[in-house]
Design a protein around this ligand. Structure first.
Ligand code: PHE
Length: 332
């Protein structure tokens, strides 16, 4: 029996046929198991001898089974490694990329956070008061026209700029100082072309405290644009007009790192918060800590799309909303 079993085990070619051999000899009705049943009929003095022989056979067969099983596993392993073609190119999984507007917003936020500016938000559906009146914008100002602004039947509107967050923040703050930036969407009834979208993003900034000066404004924004676009970036302040700041400026930057014939590019609006804005917040909301006799401040606002287009040399603003993978994957 032992010799037959070892022959069957040796002949096995895989785990399945090896197990068949085990069952044939050691299983419940296997040859060796059956042979063991003669034990009970043997005379007493022969039992130890025969029992020992049967045990030896079982042990020998079991050892052979174990050895063969290991040999089969080793053989299968070797075969699967031999089948593995290590020269095949790897399979890459498709990965997403962070949108360039998000990349840029994160960078802007990080720089202002270094300067102690906190993040603030406000609603996109705004009241006329927060978007215009409190910002010293008269009722007949062109920005308030139905042809420029999306109005709801309720009289509310889609905010045309993030400057409304200036007002919201001062309303919600018990006492100065306020030092915030507010990134968010703005909406205008503009014709869509290479430089205009009707939904776009701005980053608003506001710093209010005792004795905030124009040199704080200039120093902060110069530091910001040099941090963003490189130390050699030139920054200039051109007098301008906004209803809610006085004096007001537009900021231009010249990216000298880009080359000799770099041009001045308009990039942001800013100014010293108009006293009328402080007085409106303080009177209308009973928040006297923000009275124009107590505080001064500066504010600024810039377009996130514009910052991003300048950084990456994007010629058409519509690339930023079309979700074309060929465009987006360049930022991976
Ligand atoms: N709200 C202005 C705009 O949308 C930008 C601005 C913000 C100007 C804050 C001055 C101060 O054009």
């Amino acid at each position: 029996i032992q010799a037959d079993a070892i022959a069957a085990i040796t002949a096995a070619t895989d785990e399945r046929s090896l197990d068949d051999a085990r069952v044939a000899f050691l299983g419940k009705s296997g040859t060796l198991t059956k042979a063991s049943s003669v034990m009970k009929d043997l005379p007493k003095e022969e039992k130890p001898k025969v029992g020992q022989l049967l045990n030896q056979a079982r042990q020998a067969i079991t050892a052979e089974l174990d050895a063969k099983r290991e040999a089969l596993i080793a053989e299968a392993d070797a075969k699967s490694v031999a089948d593995l073609d290590l020269t095949l190119p790897g399979r890459t999984l498709p990965t997403g990329a962070i949108h360039p507007l998000t990349l840029m917003q994160d960078r802007v936020t990080k720089i202002f956070r270094q300067l102690g500016f906190a993040l603030a938000t406000g609603p996109e559906v705004e009241t006329e008061w927060h978007c215009f009146d409190a910002l010293n914008t008269p009722a007949d100002h062109p920005a308030r026209n139905e042809s420029d602004t999306f109005y709801f039947d309720s009289g509310k509107l889609l905010r045309t700029h993030t400057s409304s967050v200036q007002i919201r923040t001062m309303e919600e703050t018990a006492a100065p100082p306020v030092r915030i930036i507010a990134p968010g969407s703005a909406f205008r009834r503009d014709e869509i072309d290479a430089t205009h979208l009707s939904v776009f993003n701005q980053i608003e900034g506001l710093y209010v405290a005792e004795n905030v000066t124009l040199s704080d404004l200039k120093g902060t924004l110069e530091f910001f644009f040099k941090s963003l676009y490189g130390e050699s970036t030139e920054v200039r302040f051109r007098p301008h007009f906004f209803p809610f700041t006085e004096p007001s400026f537009e900021i231009d930057v010249k990216l000298t790192a880009a080359g000799k014939d770099a041009k001045w590019i308009e990039i942001a609006g800013c100014g010293m918060v108009d006293p009328a804005v402080f007085d409106e917040v303080s009177k209308a909301r009973g928040n006297e800590a923000f009275g124009s006799d107590k505080v001064t401040g500066f504010a600024f606002g810039m377009g996130l799309e514009r910052l991003t287009m300048i950084e990456y040399g994007i010629a058409d603003i519509r690339h930023l909303i079309e979700n074309d993978q060929r465009f987006l994957n360049q930022f991976a």
